[in-house]
Design a protein around this ligand. Structure first.
Ligand code: NAD
Length: 304
Protein backbone atom coordinates (compact mmCIF):
# COMPACT_ATOMS: atom_id res chain seq x y z
CA UNK A 1 0.00 0.00 0.00
CA UNK A 2 1.36 3.42 -0.86
CA UNK A 3 0.70 6.26 1.50
CA UNK A 4 0.13 9.62 -0.19
CA UNK A 5 2.37 12.14 1.50
CA UNK A 6 0.81 15.55 1.97
CA UNK A 7 2.88 18.44 0.65
CA UNK A 8 5.21 19.55 3.36
CA UNK A 9 7.65 22.41 3.73
CA UNK A 10 11.42 22.08 3.52
CA UNK A 11 12.82 22.10 7.05
CA UNK A 12 15.37 24.86 7.61
CA UNK A 13 17.51 23.43 10.37
CA UNK A 14 20.06 25.57 12.16
CA UNK A 15 22.49 22.89 13.31
CA UNK A 16 24.26 22.14 9.98
CA UNK A 17 24.77 25.86 9.23
CA UNK A 18 25.87 26.47 12.83
CA UNK A 19 28.43 23.65 12.53
CA UNK A 20 29.91 25.28 9.40
CA UNK A 21 30.11 28.65 11.17
CA UNK A 22 31.72 27.10 14.27
CA UNK A 23 34.34 25.34 12.13
CA UNK A 24 35.20 28.63 10.45
CA UNK A 25 35.31 30.39 13.82
CA UNK A 26 37.61 27.71 15.30
CA UNK A 27 40.07 28.21 12.48
CA UNK A 28 39.87 32.03 12.79
CA UNK A 29 40.42 31.74 16.56
CA UNK A 30 43.53 29.60 16.04
CA UNK A 31 44.86 32.07 13.48
CA UNK A 32 44.16 35.03 15.80
CA UNK A 33 45.82 33.30 18.77
CA UNK A 34 48.85 32.50 16.58
CA UNK A 35 49.18 36.13 15.52
CA UNK A 36 48.43 37.82 18.86
CA UNK A 37 49.57 35.32 21.48
CA UNK A 38 46.11 34.89 23.00
CA UNK A 39 42.66 33.88 21.80
CA UNK A 40 39.69 36.25 21.55
CA UNK A 41 37.77 36.56 24.81
CA UNK A 42 34.09 36.86 25.71
CA UNK A 43 32.67 38.22 28.96
CA UNK A 44 29.10 37.37 29.87
CA UNK A 45 27.65 39.72 32.45
CA UNK A 46 24.80 38.41 34.54
CA UNK A 47 22.67 40.52 36.88
CA UNK A 48 20.86 38.10 39.15
CA UNK A 49 20.75 34.48 38.14
CA UNK A 50 17.54 32.92 36.87
CA UNK A 51 17.44 29.25 35.90
CA UNK A 52 16.49 29.60 32.17
CA UNK A 53 19.06 32.31 31.51
CA UNK A 54 21.76 30.26 33.23
CA UNK A 55 21.04 27.31 30.89
CA UNK A 56 21.38 29.64 27.89
CA UNK A 57 24.58 31.19 29.23
CA UNK A 58 26.18 27.87 30.08
CA UNK A 59 25.52 26.83 26.48
CA UNK A 60 27.37 29.93 25.26
CA UNK A 61 30.36 29.26 27.53
CA UNK A 62 30.52 25.63 26.34
CA UNK A 63 30.36 26.77 22.72
CA UNK A 64 33.23 29.22 23.39
CA UNK A 65 35.37 26.47 24.90
CA UNK A 66 34.72 24.22 21.89
CA UNK A 67 36.14 26.78 19.43
CA UNK A 68 38.97 28.03 21.67
CA UNK A 69 37.45 31.38 22.74
CA UNK A 70 38.24 32.30 26.34
CA UNK A 71 35.12 33.13 28.29
CA UNK A 72 34.20 34.36 31.72
CA UNK A 73 31.08 34.98 33.77
CA UNK A 74 30.85 38.30 35.52
CA UNK A 75 28.28 38.16 38.26
CA UNK A 76 26.58 41.37 39.41
CA UNK A 77 24.68 40.20 42.49
CA UNK A 78 22.34 42.07 44.79
CA UNK A 79 18.73 43.09 45.11
CA UNK A 80 19.14 46.85 45.51
CA UNK A 81 18.66 48.34 42.02
CA UNK A 82 20.73 51.48 42.56
CA UNK A 83 23.70 49.55 43.97
CA UNK A 84 23.39 46.88 41.28
CA UNK A 85 23.26 49.52 38.51
CA UNK A 86 26.44 51.11 39.88
CA UNK A 87 28.15 47.70 40.06
CA UNK A 88 27.04 46.88 36.53
CA UNK A 89 28.48 50.16 35.24
CA UNK A 90 31.75 49.51 37.08
CA UNK A 91 31.95 45.94 35.72
CA UNK A 92 31.40 47.16 32.14
CA UNK A 93 34.07 49.88 32.49
CA UNK A 94 36.52 47.28 33.81
CA UNK A 95 35.76 44.91 30.92
CA UNK A 96 36.02 47.75 28.37
CA UNK A 97 39.55 48.44 29.60
CA UNK A 98 40.60 44.76 29.69
CA UNK A 99 42.36 43.97 26.41
CA UNK A 100 41.87 40.20 26.92
CA UNK A 101 38.10 40.80 26.61
CA UNK A 102 37.08 41.20 22.97
CA UNK A 103 33.31 41.00 23.33
CA UNK A 104 30.77 41.63 26.08
CA UNK A 105 27.20 40.47 26.36
CA UNK A 106 24.85 41.36 29.16
CA UNK A 107 22.17 38.80 29.81
CA UNK A 108 18.67 40.13 29.10
CA UNK A 109 16.16 40.79 30.45
CA UNK A 110 17.77 42.92 33.14
CA UNK A 111 16.17 42.73 36.58
CA UNK A 112 13.28 45.16 37.13
CA UNK A 113 14.68 48.49 38.26
CA UNK A 114 17.78 48.36 36.05
CA UNK A 115 17.21 50.12 32.75
CA UNK A 116 18.83 49.09 29.47
CA UNK A 117 20.27 52.61 29.50
CA UNK A 118 22.76 51.53 32.18
CA UNK A 119 24.30 49.04 29.72
CA UNK A 120 23.99 51.31 26.71
CA UNK A 121 25.78 54.16 28.52
CA UNK A 122 28.68 51.99 29.67
CA UNK A 123 29.45 49.32 27.07
CA UNK A 124 32.23 50.01 24.54
CA UNK A 125 30.58 49.86 21.08
CA UNK A 126 33.66 48.00 19.79
CA UNK A 127 32.94 45.21 22.30
CA UNK A 128 29.14 45.34 21.92
CA UNK A 129 28.91 42.07 19.99
CA UNK A 130 25.12 41.81 20.40
CA UNK A 131 24.53 45.22 18.81
CA UNK A 132 22.61 47.02 21.56
CA UNK A 133 24.70 50.22 21.64
CA UNK A 134 23.10 53.12 19.73
CA UNK A 135 26.26 53.44 17.61
CA UNK A 136 25.80 49.88 16.32
CA UNK A 137 22.03 50.31 16.00
CA UNK A 138 22.67 53.55 14.10
CA UNK A 139 25.22 51.95 11.78
CA UNK A 140 22.66 49.26 10.92
CA UNK A 141 19.97 51.89 10.39
CA UNK A 142 22.26 53.77 7.98
CA UNK A 143 23.28 50.60 6.18
CA UNK A 144 26.89 50.48 7.42
CA UNK A 145 28.82 47.63 9.02
CA UNK A 146 28.52 47.41 12.81
CA UNK A 147 27.50 44.71 15.22
CA UNK A 148 23.94 43.50 14.76
CA UNK A 149 22.05 41.49 17.38
CA UNK A 150 22.98 37.83 16.91
CA UNK A 151 19.36 36.66 16.71
CA UNK A 152 18.52 39.10 13.93
CA UNK A 153 21.71 38.11 12.14
CA UNK A 154 20.69 34.44 12.53
CA UNK A 155 17.29 35.03 10.90
CA UNK A 156 18.97 36.64 7.87
CA UNK A 157 21.72 34.05 7.71
CA UNK A 158 19.08 31.33 7.64
CA UNK A 159 17.42 32.94 4.61
CA UNK A 160 20.68 33.56 2.76
CA UNK A 161 22.13 30.13 3.49
CA UNK A 162 18.92 28.44 2.37
CA UNK A 163 18.99 30.14 -1.02
CA UNK A 164 15.92 32.32 -0.41
CA UNK A 165 15.78 35.30 -2.77
CA UNK A 166 15.56 38.48 -0.71
CA UNK A 167 15.75 41.24 -3.38
CA UNK A 168 12.22 42.10 -4.47
CA UNK A 169 10.56 39.78 -1.92
CA UNK A 170 7.56 40.89 0.14
CA UNK A 171 8.66 40.33 3.75
CA UNK A 172 6.56 40.64 6.88
CA UNK A 173 8.27 40.89 10.26
CA UNK A 174 6.08 40.31 13.30
CA UNK A 175 7.62 42.16 16.24
CA UNK A 176 9.27 45.57 16.48
CA UNK A 177 11.69 45.11 19.39
CA UNK A 178 15.13 46.71 19.20
CA UNK A 179 16.84 43.31 19.57
CA UNK A 180 14.95 41.23 17.03
CA UNK A 181 12.09 42.72 14.98
CA UNK A 182 13.56 46.08 13.98
CA UNK A 183 17.10 44.90 13.21
CA UNK A 184 15.66 42.07 11.08
CA UNK A 185 13.47 44.60 9.25
CA UNK A 186 16.42 46.93 8.54
CA UNK A 187 18.56 44.02 7.33
CA UNK A 188 15.79 42.85 5.01
CA UNK A 189 15.37 46.36 3.61
CA UNK A 190 19.12 46.53 3.04
CA UNK A 191 18.89 43.16 1.27
CA UNK A 192 16.30 44.57 -1.14
CA UNK A 193 13.04 43.23 0.31
CA UNK A 194 9.86 45.28 0.66
CA UNK A 195 9.23 45.07 4.38
CA UNK A 196 6.16 45.44 6.57
CA UNK A 197 6.64 45.46 10.34
CA UNK A 198 3.64 44.19 12.32
CA UNK A 199 3.15 44.56 16.08
CA UNK A 200 0.53 44.57 18.80
CA UNK A 201 -1.31 47.52 17.25
CA UNK A 202 -1.49 45.99 13.77
CA UNK A 203 -5.18 45.77 12.85
CA UNK A 204 -5.29 42.69 10.60
CA UNK A 205 -2.16 40.60 10.97
CA UNK A 206 -3.34 37.86 8.61
CA UNK A 207 -3.97 40.36 5.80
CA UNK A 208 -0.27 41.22 5.92
CA UNK A 209 1.16 37.72 6.39
CA UNK A 210 -1.02 36.31 3.56
CA UNK A 211 0.79 38.38 0.97
CA UNK A 212 4.30 37.74 2.29
CA UNK A 213 6.95 35.69 0.50
CA UNK A 214 9.00 35.79 3.71
CA UNK A 215 7.49 35.77 7.21
CA UNK A 216 9.69 36.40 10.23
CA UNK A 217 7.83 35.71 13.47
CA UNK A 218 9.39 37.38 16.52
CA UNK A 219 6.47 38.15 18.82
CA UNK A 220 6.89 35.68 21.68
CA UNK A 221 3.30 34.44 21.24
CA UNK A 222 2.88 30.68 20.78
CA UNK A 223 0.69 29.67 17.83
CA UNK A 224 0.27 33.28 16.62
CA UNK A 225 0.86 32.37 12.96
CA UNK A 226 -1.11 29.51 11.47
CA UNK A 227 -1.05 27.91 8.03
CA UNK A 228 -4.27 29.73 7.12
CA UNK A 229 -2.43 33.03 7.55
CA UNK A 230 0.31 32.16 5.05
CA UNK A 231 0.66 32.51 1.30
CA UNK A 232 1.31 29.12 -0.31
CA UNK A 233 5.05 28.78 -0.91
CA UNK A 234 6.08 31.32 1.77
CA UNK A 235 9.33 30.96 3.68
CA UNK A 236 8.74 31.09 7.43
CA UNK A 237 11.45 31.94 9.96
CA UNK A 238 10.22 31.36 13.50
CA UNK A 239 12.32 33.31 16.00
CA UNK A 240 9.90 32.90 18.91
CA UNK A 241 10.87 30.92 21.97
CA UNK A 242 7.96 30.10 24.26
CA UNK A 243 7.53 27.47 26.94
CA UNK A 244 4.15 25.73 26.74
CA UNK A 245 3.42 22.78 29.04
CA UNK A 246 7.15 22.41 29.66
CA UNK A 247 7.96 22.28 25.92
CA UNK A 248 9.72 24.90 23.86
CA UNK A 249 7.62 26.11 20.91
CA UNK A 250 7.86 29.03 18.49
CA UNK A 251 5.34 31.65 17.41
CA UNK A 252 4.23 29.58 14.42
CA UNK A 253 1.77 26.70 14.55
CA UNK A 254 4.25 24.34 12.96
CA UNK A 255 1.89 21.58 11.84
CA UNK A 256 -0.55 23.79 9.92
CA UNK A 257 2.18 26.09 8.60
CA UNK A 258 4.31 23.31 7.14
CA UNK A 259 1.41 22.26 4.91
CA UNK A 260 1.33 25.70 3.25
CA UNK A 261 4.88 27.06 3.44
CA UNK A 262 7.71 26.13 1.07
CA UNK A 263 10.25 26.21 3.89
CA UNK A 264 10.05 26.64 7.66
CA UNK A 265 12.40 26.68 10.65
CA UNK A 266 11.65 24.25 13.48
CA UNK A 267 11.61 25.40 17.12
CA UNK A 268 13.77 24.29 18.76
CA UNK A 269 16.52 23.60 16.24
CA UNK A 270 16.09 26.48 13.79
CA UNK A 271 17.24 30.02 14.57
CA UNK A 272 18.51 29.18 18.10
CA UNK A 273 21.64 27.17 17.19
CA UNK A 274 22.55 29.73 14.54
CA UNK A 275 22.27 32.60 17.04
CA UNK A 276 24.72 30.87 19.32
CA UNK A 277 27.25 30.20 16.52
CA UNK A 278 27.00 33.75 15.15
CA UNK A 279 27.69 35.19 18.59
CA UNK A 280 31.03 33.36 18.49
CA UNK A 281 31.74 34.79 15.04
CA UNK A 282 30.98 38.28 16.40
CA UNK A 283 33.54 37.77 19.22
CA UNK A 284 36.24 36.95 16.67
CA UNK A 285 35.31 39.93 14.50
CA UNK A 286 35.49 42.20 17.55
CA UNK A 287 38.94 40.83 18.46
CA UNK A 288 40.19 41.37 14.90
CA UNK A 289 38.87 44.93 14.77
CA UNK A 290 40.36 45.81 18.15
CA UNK A 291 43.73 44.38 17.08
CA UNK A 292 43.68 46.62 14.00
CA UNK A 293 42.74 49.66 16.14
CA UNK A 294 45.51 48.89 18.64
CA UNK A 295 48.05 48.69 15.83
CA UNK A 296 46.77 51.97 14.39
CA UNK A 297 46.80 53.76 17.75
CA UNK A 298 49.18 52.04 20.19
CA UNK A 299 48.47 52.81 23.82
CA UNK A 300 44.84 53.78 23.25
CA UNK A 301 42.42 51.61 25.24
CA UNK A 302 38.68 51.11 24.85
CA UNK A 303 36.15 53.70 26.00
CA UNK A 304 35.58 53.56 29.70
P1 NAD B 1 9.62 41.55 22.83
O1 NAD B 1 8.60 41.11 23.83
O2 NAD B 1 10.59 42.61 23.19
O3 NAD B 1 8.87 42.02 21.51
C1 NAD B 1 7.79 41.32 20.98
C2 NAD B 1 7.24 42.09 19.81
O4 NAD B 1 6.17 41.33 19.26
C3 NAD B 1 6.68 43.46 20.16
O5 NAD B 1 7.19 44.41 19.26
C4 NAD B 1 5.18 43.32 20.02
O6 NAD B 1 4.57 44.49 19.46
C5 NAD B 1 5.04 42.15 19.05
N1 NAD B 1 3.84 41.35 19.32
C6 NAD B 1 3.52 40.74 20.48
N2 NAD B 1 2.32 40.13 20.36
C7 NAD B 1 1.89 40.37 19.12
C8 NAD B 1 0.71 40.02 18.42
N3 NAD B 1 -0.26 39.31 18.97
N4 NAD B 1 0.58 40.43 17.13
C9 NAD B 1 1.57 41.16 16.54
N5 NAD B 1 2.70 41.53 17.16
C10 NAD B 1 2.86 41.15 18.45
O7 NAD B 1 10.38 40.21 22.41
P2 NAD B 1 11.80 40.03 21.66
O8 NAD B 1 12.90 40.21 22.64
O9 NAD B 1 11.80 40.80 20.39
O10 NAD B 1 11.72 38.48 21.33
C11 NAD B 1 10.73 37.99 20.43
C12 NAD B 1 10.72 36.48 20.51
O11 NAD B 1 11.98 36.00 20.06
C13 NAD B 1 10.54 35.93 21.93
O12 NAD B 1 9.78 34.73 21.84
C14 NAD B 1 11.95 35.61 22.37
O13 NAD B 1 12.00 34.58 23.32
C15 NAD B 1 12.54 35.15 21.06
N6 NAD B 1 14.00 35.26 20.99
C16 NAD B 1 14.63 34.24 20.36
C17 NAD B 1 16.00 34.23 20.25
C18 NAD B 1 16.65 33.11 19.50
O14 NAD B 1 17.87 32.95 19.55
N7 NAD B 1 15.88 32.30 18.77
C19 NAD B 1 16.74 35.29 20.80
C20 NAD B 1 16.07 36.37 21.39
C21 NAD B 1 14.68 36.34 21.48
Amino acid sequence: MTVQASPSARLLEGAPIAAEIRARVASDVAEFAGAHGRPPGLAVVVCGRSAPSMVYLERILKACAAVGIESQFVDVPGDDSAAQSAQLTAALHRLNADSSVSGIIVQMPLPPGIGLRVVVDAIDPLKDIDGIHPLNAGLLRLGYEGFVPATAHAALEMLEHSGVTIPGAEAVVIGRSPVVGMPVAFMLVKGGATVTVCHTKTRDLAAHTRRADIVIAAAGRPGLITGAMLKPGAVVIDVGINVVDGRIVGDVDFESAREVAAAITPVPGGVGPLTNALLLAHVVRAAQRQAVERTAAPGVGGAS
